[in-house]
Design a protein around this ligand. Structure first.
Ligand code: ADP
Ligand SMILES: Cc1ncc(COP(=O)(O)OP(=O)(O)O)c(N)n1
Length: 268
């Protein structure tokens, strides 16, 4: 069987817990061949983001061309895209190369509070990227920003938001409930007809750096292997739950999740 090829288009996290590094580790753990297009370098560790250095459009386009014109991708995951110009370029290239499984994680703000997306880029995200997305994976603050509403606090508000996000054009919406205070960690999958709930116990830990990146990358890896969206999201939920359960208390701040935990669990 040919190897599934997964491409991440995202920012680099020097601390290794989020961004390109989290995505490539996740692809590897789920048996997909990982490739990368780096949109920005961040000087980052468990204490926060200490610098953001966007790459030139020329550098980003050269990386996209190199990968897509030769190797191709069975699925693409986008993360930190930073500016309206980068978003438009990425959308144009994914359309030109007819990429069929596009997972858009609309990264906006890191857990420490640093901005990873310019305010003026939200319009480009909505106009250029959401309509071509197979699935979008916003967290609650990101969903609220896209919809121009107050942040959701209840499951009913989350359901309404998932329906409204779907109207912006993606084929599927996964609304992540990691930011809901208290109670289980509930994510919603909406396919345009049915809302599915994915529930796990909330794990008591502060070490959750890179949860969103890892979850979206796992969905991309599974779609690249030919899974249905429902099965891809279920596997991603199991993957991130295992990764948070044995997250790593390294550094002095918010530590990363453990990308090899899911495989280890399955080998036991
Ligand atoms: N403390 C936790 N316990 C269990 N699952 C969690 C926890 N925090 C986040 N998750 C899960 O991790 C995934 C990423 O969600 P979230 O943290 O909301 O994303 P982001 O990193 O983009 O803010 C979701 O599946 C969410 O339910
Ligand atoms: C380079 C880079 N990309 C994305 C993020 C945000 O990652 P996320 O998975 O949402 O996790 P937190 O940063 O919120 O813990 C990032 N920090 N860096």
């Amino acid at each position: 069987m040919p190897i599934a090829k997964a491409l991440t288009i995202a920012g680099s996290d020097s601390g290794g817990g989020a961004g390109i590094q989290a995505d490539l580790k996740t692809f590897q753990e789920l048996d997909a061949f990982g490739m990368s297009v780096i949109t920005a370098l961040t000087a980052q560790n468990t204490l926060g983001v200490h610098g953001v250095f966007p790459q030139t459009l020329e550098a980003i386009e050269a990386q996209l061309e190199a990968v897509l014109s030769d190797i191709g991708a069975d699925a693409v995951k986008t993360g930190m895209l930073f500016s309206p110009e980068i978003i438009s370029l990425v959308a144009q290239k994914l359309t030109e190369y007819k990429v069929s499984n596009i997972v858009v994680d609309p990264v906006m703000i890191a857990k420490g509070g640093a901005s990873l997306l310019q305010e003026e880029a939200i319009r480009a995200l909505i106009d250029d990227l959401l309509p071509i997305a197979t699935v979008i994976t916003p967290n609650l603050p990101e969903a609220a920003k896209i919809l121009g509403i107050e942040e959701m606090k209840t499951l009913d508000e989350m359901k309404e938001a998932a329906i409204n996000l779907h109207k912006l054009g993606p084929k599927y919406v996964v609304l992540k409930g990691g930011h809901l205070m208290n109670g289980p960690a509930i994510d919603l999958l909406f396919d345009g007809e049915t809302i599915y709930e994915l529930r796990t116990e909330r794990i008591e830990t502060t070490h959750t750096h890179g949860t969103g990146c890892t979850f979206a990358a796992a969905i991309a890896a599974e779609l690249a292997k030919g899974s249905s969206i429902k099965s891809a999201v279920e596997t991603a939920k199991a993957f991130i739950t295992a990764a948070i359960t044995s997250s790593l208390a390294i550094g002095g701040g918010i530590g990363p999740t453990n990308h090899s935990a899911y495989r280890r669990l399955r080998e036991e």
